[in-house]
Design a protein around this ligand. Sequence first.
Ligand code: 5GP
Length: 112
Amino acid sequence: MPTLFEKIIAREIPADIVHEDDLCIAFRDIHPQAPVHVLLVPKKPIVNLYDASADDQSLLGHLLATAPRIAERLGLGDAFRLNINNGTGAGQTVFHLHLHILGGRPFAWPPG
Ligand code: 5GP
């Protein structure tokens, strides 16, 4: 059963795509929590960081290296927050790894 994000990657569900390369895709969250709220998703359907393997290290590095470039292109400069909800207890609702890229407003610490 493909994940929601696999369906977006396959263009079976529409999304506002802001970046795509061989390894990942980024699109705007349907329920934005900030003026800029993008989900950065590997094309490989890894469930979450806990489920990732040693083989995924370069892919995970690619995601981290790509996020700032997307943030910059969307006008956030160096002010953005990356968030990964890992597991149901931490708020994960879509079980296909994704980084939330958030920006365009002040953020509190600690997070809620
Ligand atoms: P999680 O809670 O798993 O960390 O994040 C899942 C995110 O996916 C949520 O922020 C939610 O708003 C977003 N989302 C859920 N369904 C869709 C959809 O159909 N399209 C888009 N673009 N985002 C979605």
